[in-house]
Design a protein around this ligand. Sequence first.
Ligand code: ATP
Length: 197
Amino acid sequence: MLKIALTGGIGSGKTAVTQHLSALGVPVLDADDFSHQATRAKEPAVAQIAKVFGPGILNASGNLDRAALRQMVFADEGKRKQLEAILHPEIRKRMNEAASTLDAPYVVFSIPLLIETGQATDFDFVLVIEAPAALRAQRVGERSGLSAEDFRAITDVQASDAQRRQAADEVIINDGSLQALHAQVDALHRRLQGLVQ
Ligand code: ATP
């Protein structure tokens, strides 16, 4: 089973692609889902996070205050690295365990911070989703009301398009309609199926 990593900047269309892959029957493992699982109350990572960030990062029922945590690490690179050092190995382990139970020609690991966390070489194939920054800003603005300023603050700490391209085996440019995006995904699906036969 081929291990495919999918990545891209904020609002590039990762979810639009993984939704279509799921519809094609491809198993998709999303790092964000595993991050949520790993940070549920009573999970070992939560105790480690509380040790670093203080017990105030937990609410009364022992759940992480994700918004407060996001704020803390956003403003402080050292803290962000500490959080990543706790979370990322745990997320990787859980994703690999989930993949080991699957039986399919290929599995897609959707990892927004693939490049930033130096994981690209762990995979057989790296798929990058790309769209012009202005279009991404517009799409996420329409989706969640994110301001242009907040969009820029996020892209400033993410890898650049050039860095992602350097790691890519294939780049899908998502600058047209959803139909056009799906057609590109269909073509890649056929190619990846061909690779394992
Ligand atoms: P994030 O990094 O924030 O998780 P993402 O990379 O998963 O974002 P999506 O959520 O797939 O990106 O896309 C961002 C928004 O743009 C969504 O509202 C989505 O429906 C919309 N979108 C994505 N691709 C297209 C497209 N080709 N045409 C129109 N809208 C699109």
